[in-house]
Design a protein around this ligand. Sequence first.
Ligand SMILES: [Zn+2]
Length: 183
Amino acid sequence: MGTQTGSEAEAFYPSDEEIEKWMINAFKMARDALENGEVPVGCLLVHEDQVVGRGRNEVNQSKNATRHAEMVALDQLLDWCRQSSLDVKSVCERTALYVTVEPCIMCASALRLLNIPVVVYGCSNERFGGCGSVLDVSSANLPQTGTTFKCVSGHRAEEAVEMLKTFYKQENPNAPKPKPRKD
Ligand SMILES: [Zn+2]
């Protein structure tokens, strides 16, 4: 993406209050995903105290395996930049992602390509995690693939894991509804 001028954006860290505030919303979105038969992941992209993108997983609804929460939110961010006539790179360099589950390899790569510097997430993603669990896309030395990003992990991790467990217990959400339980 463009030429690197050497003036790498300073990484910034959100405060505990900011994390608390934004993650509440990310978790609400994850719960909405769960209630709609989607992998329970929710996220927000926050630029200068303003939400510029939000998303929850919508793979089943869209029948498109790439529609992870982060991709949905990144598309909104790009629209927002277009509408505000702002440069994508300079916006992204000052934007943090708040997400309930560690971004997968695909999403971590997208975040690199868009130069998002900070990702706050809840639980780790044991199956597909791109921030250390399976691969370390977030910090790998890949000069042709955007910039590395910092991770702040563990916020309400247990709750995020519980939601994932609930989802995977339901098996295939596209399958017919199971028969009502006889008590
Ligand atoms: Zn993903």
